[in-house]
Write a protein that binds this ligand. Sequence first.
Ligand SMILES: [Fe+2]
Length: 354
Amino acid sequence: MRLKSLEKAEIGDILGKPVYDDKCQLLLAKDVKLSLTYIDRLKKANIQCVYIDDELSEGLESEMLVPDELKIRSVSAVKNVFKDLSERKGSNYNIKSIDTIKNVVDEMMKIIYDNPSTLYQMTELMGTDMYTYNHSAEVAVLSMLVAKSMKLSDTFIQKIGVGAMLHDLGKMQIPGEILNKVAKLELEEERMMKEHVQYGYDMLKDNDFISPISRQIVLLHHEKLNGSGYPYRLSGEQIPIHVRIVTMCDIFNAISSNRAYKSRLNADEALEIIRTEAVYELDRDIYYHLLKVVNIYPVGTIVQLSNGEFGIVVKENHEAQTRPVVQIIRDKKRAETVDLMDYLTVFISKTIEL
Ligand SMILES: [Fe+2]
């Protein structure tokens, strides 16, 4: 199984994973053979990538972090809580929907603790209409993994997970034209967009069921270490550690998904952008933990090697992530297997799509 962008998907390709629509309902099942009608249906639902099973990726299974079913439930929990809270004024909140967020976070905690070697991997299961909810769920998983790598306590990690799930809650109060605008925002639109942190905080501030740690994440997740962020232009130590973690994971996920850039970037490219562009704005120590928990070259990824050859990742290397085991591709078929740990002069130059 491997990830393929919808642009590259062809008639006859077999789906390796089910695809869901914006109501978390099944759009196409696993093992469905793509037809022109199906491809059109996926395009209409704004699906960017699909997992396919083909000869090249036969027998290759990536180690998944969160089961798809839990992922879908968490996205739907975020959606419900966002809708509930945005429809209610004052402190008359629907506590039940917040409970579902906590339950989903608890389930994620259990998975992370039961499988100590699990890594973060973006999963493409839903259309971009679900962006905000999908993004929230992914930032939560990633933040919890980073927090665990930093050896923070589990009660703290739980509060970070809840805060990350809710971090963009205030976006529900931003007009859709601004929220979904693809072109660069005008100054006034940007000012309105920045209000989402205060809106979100106001929606939660009287809610005793949400820890102050989670609420702080909602209010401060756009602050930057060099004081260039908002709403308070805090700097350095003024920004608490739990906020810094979510800020880093928020930016990483936004860069690697297709919203901020024209096309989806691979984990290695996204990590490189964060390293070079945000070195003064983000916490360097947290960046190293991010590097440890992101699955940079998941099984099924097609890569170009520094010697010019192409290969497909057949086994991840969790100790040295940039040196997985690859199988060389010749004439669109898998040839000899190369463990990059044995060939230290050869490295992965980039990931590509076939
Ligand atoms: Fe935000």
